[in-house]
Design a binder for this molecule. Structure first.
Ligand code: ASP
Length: 304
């Protein structure tokens, strides 16, 4: 048995192109599972980083100064190894850079230009990641700010208001777990701002008990250490769905912010919760694709 779950974040459209994009990512991950959990995570997230519909890699939101700075992380539940990159410019594949870093013996977190330099050293090409839609969004926001108008765009998705960060969690055939996440962060963010995506215990965690990825207002997930909270609760024997709901309620109570999370435990039980209008998630259980929209599971035909 194996389970792969990918999410496209809160407030992301649940229309066909978004669900199809998520399915494509999940299937890419499934196809790589024979090479290992982390390779599968990387393949799934790379696919979504290449898809301009999502706020990761190519579709990343622009910061205040009109640049993309990405965050990404990966964690292996079996070994407890974690690596991340933060506020990294000029690089599309944050998940791959984090993974290459995990394969090194020492650093767990690289930031800014040093992370981009490491990416180049590992053969990951230079890429400004600026999609035409996000550039248009930024120009409009910039002109509104310059005219002293209030910005009413989505914090995470810019003008499109329908797409966001991506994440992937896996429980493999042996009940071993892993998690990965990649994002352009929040729209018009201050240069250098880092969200929860590369913060262990905040936006991501994995152990022998669970793999969890959070999304939404990064500052809220960091301050409440939500990903670690989820793992701690699952360790007490609770069901992941109960824990996911408890964790989102707790984060909401403590911060009043918005977000969602996905979690899988070593028994392949899953939990999905959020406090927003939408949260598209795709699950593959043993090769069978399922859609989960607003925590409702809809069976889909088996994968050929
Ligand atoms: N949590 C990410 C951040 O704050 C954004 C998101 O997941 O939507 O950077």
């Amino acid at each position: 048995m194996s389970t792969i779950i990918v999410h496209g974040s809160v407030e992301t459209s649940e229309e066909a192109p978004f669900i199809e994009g998520l399915k494509k990512g999940a299937l890419k991950g499934y196809a790589k599972l024979t090479e290992g959990r982390l390779k599968a995570i990387e393949a799934a997230v790379n696919e979504l980083e290449d898809n301009p519909l999502f706020n990761a890699g190519l579709g990343s939101v622009l910061n205040r100064d009109g640049f993309v700075e990405v965050d990404g992380s990966i964690m292996d539940g079996e070994t407890g190894k974690f690596s991340a990159v933060a506020a990294m410019p000029q690089t599309r594949y944050a998940i791959s850079v984090a993974y290459r870093l995990l394969e090194e013996s020492d650093p767990v977190l690289l930031a800014g230009s040093g992370a981009a330099l490491f990416a180049r050293e590992k053969g990951i090409p230079l890429d400004n990641c600026i999609s035409s839609e996000q550039l248009e969004s930024w120009k409009l926001a910039r002109s509104m700010l310059d005219e002293g108008k209030k910005l009413d765009f989505s914090l995470y998705t810019g003008i499109k208001k329908e797409t966001d960060t991506v994440g992937c969690i896996i429980c493999d055939d042996d009940g071993k777990l892993a998690a990965g996440s990649s994002t352009g962060g929040s729209f018009m963010k201050r240069p250098g701002r880092v969200g929860d995506t590369p913060i262990i215990g905040g936006g991501i965690y994995s152990s022998d008990q669970s793999a969890v990825v959070c999304t939404g207002k990064g500052e809220a997930f960091i301050q409440t250490l939500t990903a670690k909270f989820v793992d701690d609760q699952i360790r007490l024997g609770k069901h992941p769905q109960d824990v996911a709901e408890e964790a989102i309620k707790r984060m909401t109570r403590l911060t009043g912010e918005t977000g969602g999370l996905i979690v899988v435990d070593a028994l392949e039980r899953i939990g999905i919760s959020h406090n927003c209008n939408s949260f598209p998630v795709v699950v593959i259980v043993n090769g069978e694709v399922k859609n989960i929209i607003n925590s409702r599971m809809i069976s889909q035909p088996a994968v050929n």
